[in-house]
Design a protein around this ligand. Structure first.
Ligand SMILES: [Fe+2]
Ligand SMILES: [Fe+2]
Length: 263
């Protein structure tokens, strides 16, 4: 019987997207069936393995978004979403593998469920790109998405504060407008994909918030001010409106957390 840490590490170190999705879903199934030993006997890599394409560019060097209605604009949109979901697989795996030993079984189950969702989201988006005659890797992608994970690799409370509760919560804010645009353009299939992603992401933010509250309790800190302190220290971007307050609240993230530090 292999260990939970070895299975997660192997998926993180699988570069090819389809193979990473396959490894992730297989390990989550094995975990649910009780086929992985509860042992955190290997460390997680500092950087997961990724494919040669897409080429990763710093935000300032990303090509300007093309006109939204054009064919190339549509491909650029789905490609950028596919990249976010691809990195999200590794973010969830790293969360479970790096902090699971200290945080316990419920934490591991929650973040492995997230990893399986992200693998499904990526697969849906990769297929969408293919239906448009493109593929994941055809365009350059944003290099900065792993930065927040790296910056918080020593502190689970900071990781929870920044990854699910800032970055994934940001997805809740921006997805409805994208969904509306896609729907208006007559792309019912695309709208269906985004609706599913939005529903799942509420659960991801909720998992992050739930475990962050445990951390705050353990540290005997007031959750909102603890979160604000960690975000200020570890997140290089800004927390900015418009906020999807109702989706955030459905995930347990009330305005008391983010209103005070929003720009
Ligand atoms: Fe996702
Ligand atoms: Fe997510």
């Amino acid at each position: 019987m292999t260990t939970i840490a070895r299975a997660i590490r192997a998926a993180l170190l699988t570069p090819e997207p389809r193979a990473k999705c396959f490894a992730t879903r297989a390990l989550v199934r094995a975990w649910r069936r009780g086929e992985l030993a509860w042992d955190f006997d290997v460390a997680m890599p500092d950087q997961p393995a990724w494919p040669d394409a897409p080429e990763l560019l710093p935000p300032g060097r990303m090509p300007k978004r093309r006109k939204a209605g054009s064919e190339r604009g549509r491909i650029a949109l789905w490609h950028s979403l596919a990249h976010i979901e691809f990195v999200a697989i590794d973010l969830a795996l790293d969360m479970a593998g790096r902090f699971g030993g200290a945080m316990g079984r419920e934490f591991v189950s929650d973040f492995l469920d997230v990893a399986a969702d992200e693998a499904m989201h990526f697969a849906l988006l990769a297929r969408k790109l293919e239906s448009l005659g493109s593929h994941y890797g055809a365009l350059p992608a944003h290099a900065g998405l792993w930065e927040a994970a790296h910056a918080t690799r020593h502190d689970v409370a900071a990781r929870l504060a920044v990854v699910p509760m800032v970055l994934e919560a940001r997805g809740l804010d921006v997805t409805p407008a994208t969904l509306e645009r896609v729907r208006t353009a007559g792309d019912a299939h695309g709208a269906k994909i985004l609706t599913r992603i939005l529903d799942d992401e509420i659960r991801h933010v909720a998992a992050g918030t739930k475990h962050f509250l445990h951390c705050a309790e353990t540290a005997q800190k007031e959750p909102e001010s603890y979160w604000q302190e960690l975000v200020k220290r570890h997140f290089r971007g800004i927390v900015k409106p418009p906020f999807n307050d109702s989706a955030r609240l459905a995930a347990g993230l009330s305005r008391e957390f983010y209103a005070a530090i929003a720009y």
